[in-house]
Design a binder for this molecule. Sequence first.
Ligand SMILES: [Zn+2]
Length: 289
Amino acid sequence: MKCVKCGSKKFETKQERASVEIKGEQIDYIADMDVCANCGLSVASDDQMHTSYVNASDAYRKKHQLLTSTEIIVFRSNMNMTQEQFAEYLGVGVASLKRWENGSIQEKANDELIRLKCSEEKLNEQLYDLESHVAGEIYRGYRQYDFEAFANVVVSILNAAPSPLFFFKVLFYVDFLSFKRNGKSITGLMYSAMQYGPCPSYYRKLKEDLISAGWVERSGMHNLVALKKFTPTHFTKSELSIIQEINEMLAQKGARYFYDGSHEEPAWKNTAEDELISYSMSQDLRLIQ
Ligand SMILES: [Zn+2]
């Protein structure tokens, strides 16, 4: 490289403070450039100009609490997605996403969209889909997860067991008894051996799903109340008889009976904490034969 002003070939790479107007605001940023050691003329290559442009954009974005290019790329890689997949997931054009990752400033609404779609719950949801796939059939009781079945069973028992701590235990018995008798679970839920007994994996998300789908609403600190009615037609005859049997026991003995009983179950005791419980262990169910 030769200086166009003095002809010297000696340049030094420098980073200098610079200022530029972005969207009507003066923004300070760090500019990359080569400076002629002889006359001080500064020049920038295409790469350096691009770096400076991203620096300026990021400075603006930081000032306005918007995600920087790097942060957007990190969010995308956390989701394990290509630019095409991520753009589709966000519902934006892939060209827009590429521009944001290259320094173009996203609108506030799109910034919120990225944060929302990459939130912890969404990551959990992705993980849930992945895990149910990986977990295989025995952890779902040879059935695809059926949200309607799950929601229906919950509203059938909610009156007698309004607290998640209790109704999730009752749900465990519904599914495991069904597997024991019919070789299939009813909801397709996976259960983990939690500290306080068997509980569906991702139970927090499941609870939120029930609320957002309008099946239940919160009541008091922890309890839920049903907003929809149980639909018997969703189930087979043998499934209905199990749901009915559990409901009768629940009416007679109360939710605590299931809670306490679940801590005596070999299925829970013989599964390491936080690990998935295999439906094969339903054969040793104690509380209900
Ligand atoms: Zn020069």
